[in-house]
Design a protein around this ligand. Structure first.
Ligand code: KG4
Ligand code: ZN
Length: 365
């Protein structure tokens, strides 16, 4: 049996400072012993988006306290921690430097191995921590910086089936909110406004729908929203609600078609799965109820299990980073050395081509 392992995880790639201690039992089960997250939302909301310089400074101020808190809550320290895992990319370089250097310093001081983790791998493997999902499975990551459909074949073995060729899905929500004068972050505000609106009043485009490739595009939708708002100016509360409802409907229908294609492709590539395959969601947009309902319906129709980890583990956190480290350590994969550098870009799938516009914002994952 594999040994029991305990890892301290650190996450600083965007606007959440986070530290966590996660345990991996001998039978492979994960247990979160502590999970502390400090959101910088208030610092950035006045700017309508994440300001890299402010984010990096906030990580410096908060991280050491958060690490102490995570260790204390877990009853962990140099005597029982087996390794340190820190996000090394992709993300905002200032924040990554803070987290990775802190991880290296602790690893050095305690004489422990350091795992430099890809943030996207953290999202990809979370469903194994929460639900023990077996490989292979499909992961849909929908956040402020990424929109990707990824085939997860194993630890470190990912194939990107689709990605956005322009804006990320969360970014489309945020930009729509900004256009309509709604607060940041835009997703929850648009969803709230949409609840009282007429989703059939505007017909917004559904880019790439019908195409065999599994990519996404949302910038045309944003333009259509702007045109609708300009045509209705000065916009009333009713106009805002109708635009939000119509926008959300276009998104949901687009995702329904795109992901439906992905599920079909999975069945074609893996016709002999011993049990129902899993579609796992991650990222802040996974909180959207209309999107969740559509994905659940899709999974039922295509014979998939729909796995949505709890919200705090779908958004950025350090438990997923610790867990990615645990998966790597349990497999005997090598730790990283002290020369490891942070990387603002770091695709999960090393074979995948960078698409035009992809990672333009690149800050959030
Ligand atoms: O994963 P996340 O918390 O942070 C990063 O991107 O790193 O995702 C944040 C994104 C934002 O764009 C936000 O507007 C969006 O998730 N979001 C939502 C909802 N809640 C958050 N989008 C649509 N509907 C929601 N309920
Ligand atoms: Zn993320």
């Amino acid at each position: 049996m594999a040994p029991v392992l305990r890892i301290l995880g650190i996450e600083t790639s965007c606007d959440e400072t986070a530290a966590s201690v996660v345990l991996r039992h001998a039978d492979g089960r994960g247990e979160i012993l502590s999970d502390v997250v400090l959101s910088q939302l208030d610092e950035h909301s006045a700017y309508g988006g994440v300001v890299p310089e402010i984010a990096a400074r906030a990580h410096v101020e908060a991280l050491d306290v958060l690490v102490e808190e995570a260790l204390a809550k877990a009853g962990a320290g140099p005597d029982n921690i087996d390794a340190i895992a820190a996000t090394a990319g992709p993300g905002l370089i200032g924040g990554l430097i803070v987290g990775l250097m802190t991880g290296k310093a602790i690893a050095r001081a305690w004489n422990k191995p350091l795992y430099a983790i890809n943030h996207l791998e953290g999202h990809a493997l979370t469903a194994r921590l929460t639900d023990g999902v077996e490989f292979p499975f499909l992961m849909l990551l929908v956040s402020g910086g990424h929109t990707q459909l990824v085939l997860v074949r194993g630890v470190g073995d990912y194939v990107r089936w689709g990605t956005t060729i322009d804006d990320a899905l969360g970014e489309a929500f945020d930009k729509t909110a900004k256009l309509l004068g709604l607060p940041y972050p835009g997703g929850p505000a648009v969803e709230r406004a949409a609840a009282g609106g007429d989703e059939k009043r505007f017909t917004f485009p559904r880019p790439l729908v019908g195409e065999a490739r599994l990519d996404f595009s949302f910038s045309g939708l944003k333009t259509a929203v702007r045109q609708a708002a300009e045509a209705a100016a000065p916009v009333t509360q009713k106009d805002i609600a109708d635009i939000c409802a119509s926008f959300q409907r276009a998104i949901v229908r687009t995702m329904d078609e795109r992901i439906g294609r992905g599920l079909q492709r999975f069945h074609e590539e893996f016709p002999d799965m011993p049990e129902k395959p899993a579609l796992v969601v991650a990222g802040g947009v996974a909180a959207n109820k209309a999107l969740r309902a559509a994905l659940l319906g899709l999974c039922e129709r295509h014979g998939f299990r729909f796995i949505a980890p709890p919200h705090h583990l779908c958004t950025d956190n350090a438990a997923m980073i610790a867990w990615a480290g645990l998966e790597r350590m349990a497999l005997g994969l090598p730790a990283d050395d002290n020369a490891t550098a942070p990387r603002s870009r770091w695709p999960l799938d090393r074979q995948a081509q960078a698409l035009i516009g992809y990672g333009k914002r690149g800050a959030k994952a």
